[in-house]
Write a new protein. Structure first.
Lengths: 129, 129
DNA sequence: CCTTACGTTTACGTAAACGTCAAGCTATGC
DNA sequence: GCATAGCTTGACGTTTACGTAAACGTAAGG
């Protein structure tokens, strides 16, 4: 597909992060952009990985957890046993995400309750005048 | 309601956290348990707050953000202007949670895709033998 | 009376995730 | 030909969220 490439600055701007952060992710082995001399060249593949990383961060995962998941997407092994392991791993990851979604939905419900109470309070203020 | 109380150790065990963590939250003003002498006595109110804090953490919010939200639940002001502010604030919080849920659902979808690919690979391995 | 369990404060340590210089290379426009 | 913009690698600093150790208080049980 798109064989466009990006500089580190372009990616930082696009995803509202910093050069330092992107370099840090490379240091941690989460990214491995091409090099032309010393300069980093990011391909679509790297871009996608960066998006995965940042999304993981927004969801409160650590970089280690994120690295784990990213490698799941990467290594897609051909061997039988490894595939079984991977599928089991996917199950665990899904459970973690679902747990998070339960937390999230609960928080949303409570927020709705709070707003309702606020609106009721406002109504009462209007009525009593 | 329940006028039961808890020791710091009981709460730590129940929510699978540590004494240090709970004390730290008190230090940061997120909890303010009763004192009998120097010993902390936690009431239902404190317990609920602790649950809120831990859930917030699981969702990747900072303690500052969590403090903000907790205070929203607490201060429920009676005045008109403050109520309007609070409602606006609730809107922002909700948007943050919804954004997080979008991220989450996307991650879940991709995980499903990956699993499907794995199962297809397994199937192919079985077929070719 | 002494241990054991549970609690307390104080204070320094630490891991994660970057921020912030410093010092230097490189390519392009004027 | 030189300033400017953007990139590079160190290396030390900072914030957040606790961990950990020291030194001590308190209440119950054998």
């Amino acid at each position: 597909m798109s064989d466009r490439t990006w500089s580190i600055g372009e990616l930082a701007e696009e995803f509202d992060t910093t050069l330092r952060t992107i370099r840090f992710y490379e240091d941690r082995g989460l990214l491995a952009p091409e090099r032309q001399g010393t300069t980093r060249i990011f391909h679509t593949r790297d871009r996608v990985r960066l998006q995965l990383i940042l999304r993981g961060k927004r969801l409160g995962f650590t970089l280690d957890e994120i690295a784990h998941v990213i490698n799941m997407y990467d290594e897609t092994p051909g061997e039988r046993g490894q595939l079984a392991f991977l599928i089991a791993d996917i199950g665990k990851r899904r459970e973690a995400l679902l747990a998070k979604r339960r937390d999230l939905n609960e928080a949303l419900r409570e927020l709705d309750d709070l707003e309702e109470r606020c609106r009721a309070d406002l109504q009462r203020l209007s009525d009593s005048r």
